[in-house]
Design a protein around this ligand. Structure first.
Ligand code: IPE
Ligand code: IPE
Ligand code: MG
Length: 233
């Protein structure tokens, strides 16, 4: 039997971003290798992307690898790259078929050539889609993004907030409505610092591998009762 659909459009949120944190702690709690935590994290990605589609989100941005994550041991970085490649190979057909458009933010070209090639192929394949945009942040750091944007803006004219915003990796996305972080940490870890200026935030203790489409829906329900004032009254 087909699974029941999630309630359509429970909120007006257009763009949700998630700091997917806690894979290591999830594995540690179970005396399992970290790599298995990352593997189960990919399953959570799959669930949440399906949920975002069913909820009709315009954009879902997932923080998958930060500019600071290069500080991790080489074998963990290589596990993460392997998982990313496998995820694209196994899931691209489903997402492409469902109208998902894939977009990458961050300096992903610093990855190994085979990874870059796979990513670019996947992006090209979904470029004409008009459903949910799945944005994956790869080798992404907000400070790096803002510095790159400011440098581009400076070449064109005066550096104003609008001029910088127009050069950010996220320039073509709807404004960020809701930022979720799993695992109990209450920090942004260099993610979407500019875009989060007026985003609502939900911090949950749920570890990323345990995160479900229902958790996403709960966060969106919380979002609907927030009073967004943007500095006005
Ligand atoms: C998030 O889980 C995945 C990435 C940062 C790539 P972590 O690996 O950071 O898990 P914890 O924070 O150590 O539990
Ligand atoms: C943030 O998680 C980066 C990603 C989820 C990709 P980290 O686990 O790297 O963040 P810190 O080090 O706890 O701040
Ligand atoms: Mg972490």
């Amino acid at each position: 039997m087909a699974k029941p659909k999630l309630a359509a459009q429970p909120s007006a949120a257009r763009h949700v971003a998630i700091i997917m944190d806690g894979n290591g702690r999830w594995a540690k709690k179970r005396h399992l290798p970290r790599a298995l935590g990352h593997q189960r994290g990919v399953e959570a990605v799959r669930r949440v992307v399906r949920g975002a589609r069913e909820l009709g989100l315009e954009a879902l941005t997932l923080y998958a690898f930060s500019t600071e994550n290069w500080r991790r041991p080489e074998d963990e970085i290589s596990d993460l790259m392997g998982l990313m490649k496998r995820f694209i190979l196994s899931d691209l057909d489903e997402f492409a078929g469902a109208g998902v458009r894939l977009k990458i933010i961050g300096d992903y070209k610093a990855f190994k050539p085979d990874v870059v090639e796979l990513i670019e192929g996947a992006v090209a394949r979904t470029a004409g889609n008009s459903g949910t945009t799945l944005v994956i942040a790869l080798n992404y750091g907000s400070q790096d993004e803002i510095a790159r944007a400011a440098a581009k803006a400076a070449v064109k004219g005066p550096i104003t907030p609008d001029a910088i915003a127009a050069e950010l990796d996220t320039a073509d996305l709807p404004p960020l409505d809701l930022l979720i972080r799993t695992s109990g940490e209450v920090r942004l870890s260099n993610f979407l610092l500019w875009q989060a200026a007026y985003a609502e935030m939900v911090f949950t203790d749920v570890l990323w591998p345990d995160f479900s489409a229902d958790h996403l829906r709960e966060a969106l329900e919380e979002f609907t009762v927030r009073d967004r004032r943007y500095g006005g009254r």
